[in-house]
Design a protein around this ligand. Structure first.
Ligand code: AGP
Length: 372
């Protein structure tokens, strides 16, 4: 009913709008005034976490994209090797797991069969399993050694939005917590991350307030067949997530690429007027990746692509090459997905509406996939 949707036309719109509160709720009570993390609810003894020599993340779909970003955060902040794997592939390749492996299973519903089977397999091999989950008391947390709930509130729309942002926040918390218990030197960078996490809800809110041009752009592309998404580092999973949203909501052919791979094949797809969304890393700290992405934008524009550029406020280098420019607030590099994904959610939702699709219940999909 309209009341359930809180005055929005679709649950998806409501859930997109709830994201600032959802990310704040994920953080609630987990960072103290001194900037230390208190994750007592993660009932895996600190002595065990100190011995972990490998982290493996398993998840599906959008949760897998969160896991890809989490890998970068975990390795950067803790220096523990981490791999992220599609849960549906995991147990079929005889993965190397033992008592010193921490497996993180990410799932909104907590009922995804592929993810459940992957964690059962991991536990059989002696690994410890930590669930990051949004649904209290669901199967995945019940079968794990510990759980960190995302507290996003119920997500009804099939397309995942607030669950994704809160999965990211939970993953950052776990990464920082692993660093904390293992005595990673808390440098200025990590302190800045913790500080910026505390104000991330405001940044997400700011993005939401500037979405009208994105909606307009989406409507103008309603008759297109294909949209490509490019990113690097944390921007690559964001590109994959933007493409997944478009597939499931707009039923359009959409693909995400690591921008460095363009020249190894995908650039052949570029043709006049093809919409290409590019997620640009922050230019601060003279990031090499930033400059490389800017040359990618130049390359595809020279071949006629319609460039839709998502870039940090104040990044002027992209202006001459952007047919459409979507601004996001400055964040630490690893946190950028929290703001960069939001325009892609809005974009996909508006395109679905413009194409007359059922936003909350896309064809052929179920909210939780309880079969393998
Ligand atoms: C996302 O928009 C999807 N509907 C889907 O990819 C989903 O993220 C995936 O099925 C995993 O679900 P889970 O988080 O409930 O395990």
């Amino acid at each position: 009913s309209a009341a359930e949707k809180g005055g929005y036309d679709y649950f998806m719109l409501k859930e997109i709008a709830e994201q600032p509160k959802a990310v704040a709720d994920t953080l609630l009570g987990r960072i103290d005034g001194a900037g230390s993390l208190t994750l007592d609810e993660v009932r895996i003894p600190v002595s065990v976490l100190r011995e972990v020599d490998k982290v493996v993340i398993v998840a599906c779909g959008t949760a897998y994209h969160a896991g890809m970003i989490a890998k970068l955060a975990i390795e950067h902040w803790t220096r523990i090797p981490c791999e992220t794997e599609l849960a549906s592939e995991f147990r079929y390749r005889d993965p190397i797991l033992d008592r010193r492996t921490l497996v993180i299973a990410i799932s909104q519903s907590g009922e995804t069969m592929d993810t459940l089977m992957a964690l059962r397999h991991a536990r059989e091999q002696g690994a410890k399993v930590l669930a990051i989950c949004n649904t209290n008391g669901s199967t995945i947390p019940r079968e794990s050694d510990a759980v960190l709930y995302t507290h996003a509130g119920p997500e009804v729309a099939v397309a995942s939005t607030k669950a994704f942002l809160t999965q990211l926040v939970a993953c950052y918390l776990v990464a920082l917590y692993l660093g904390q218990v293992r005595g990673t030197k808390w440098g200025d960078e990590i302190r800045a991350v913790i500080r910026d996490l505390a104000s991330i809800a405001r940044d997400v809110d700011q993005v939401l307030e500037t979405m009208e041009p994105v909606r307009e752009l989406a409507r103008s592309l309603a008759s297109k067949n294909t949209v490509l998404f490019l990113g690097r580092h944390v921007g690559y999973p964001v590109a994959l997530e933007g493409a997944l949203k478009l597939k499931e909501l707009a039923y359009m052919h959409a693909e995400g690429f690591a921008a460095g791979e363009l020249k190894h094949g995908p650039i052949a797809l570029i043709e006049p007027d093809l919409p290409v969304v590019v997620v640009v890393p922050s230019p601060r700290g003279r990031s090499v990746l930033h400059d490389k992405i800017v040359s990618n934008i130049q390359e595809i524009r020279a071949r006629g692509a319609r460039t839709i550029v998502i870039a940090e406020v104040g990044d002027e280098t992209v202006v001459p090459y952007a047919d459409h420019l979507i601004r996001i607030p400055a964040t630490p590099t690893l946190l950028q997905p929290l703001v960069a994904t939001v325009p892609l959610q809005v974009f996909a939702c508006e395109l679905a509406t413009a194409r007359g699709n059922e936003v909350d219940q896309p064809r052929n999909l179920a909210k939780s996939v309880t079969v393998e």
